[in-house]
Design a protein around this ligand. Structure first.
Ligand SMILES: [Cu+2]
Length: 159
């Protein structure tokens, strides 16, 4: 009898010891803190995602140098010179050379780019086109006999 009386009121007294309003208030406060922490992390996470997307997009753009412009030249070959004897383009440009033979039989070879025109005669033209994807100075010349030594030579400069 007495034991039951002692055990029953005890939990009631414990509940009275702490005001239920504090408990509710504390839980609400914890909930709010938890909410802000979680939403703060979500914001941080989405910021990180945006940043990483940005850094991925940048190299993709820089990996597309063939978006350079098309540079077209008419090179006149004669005995024994080339006009112009210097061509300057930017790396990534598409180089289009219209080789015009105005005297003798010639061709045009561009060192380092593995491109050459056909061997053509007076009045004929032949066109070569390539992407200047390597920077430096590259010789272009006529590969017939000793025409290069005689002066049919020039320089392609890729900046
Ligand atoms: Cu020649």
């Amino acid at each position: 009898m007495e034991e039951e009386n002692n055990t029953r009121p005890q939990p009631v007294e414990e509940k009275k010891g702490i005001n239920p309003l504090y408990l509710v208030g504390g839980l609400v406060l914890l909930g709010l803190i938890g909410f802000f922490v979680v939403s703060g992390n979500k914001k941080a996470a989405s910021r990180t995602e945006i940043t990483s997307v940005g850094t991925e997009a940048t190299p993709f753009v820089s990996e597309a140098p063939p978006s350079g412009s098309v540079k077209e030249f008419t090179v006149d070959g004669s005995s024994y010179k080339l006009d112009p004897s210097t061509i300057t383009v930017n790396k990534g440009d598409t180089v289009k050379i219209i080789f015009k033979d105005s005297d003798g039989r010639h061709d045009l070879v561009v060192d380092g780019y593995n491109v050459k025109t056909n061997l053509i005669g007076p009045g004929a033209t032949d066109t070569i086109e390539f992407i200047a994807d390597k920077s430096g100075s590259f010789k272009y010349y006529c590969s017939v006999a000793n025409h290069e030594a005689l002066g049919i030579t020039g320089t392609l400069v890729v900046q």
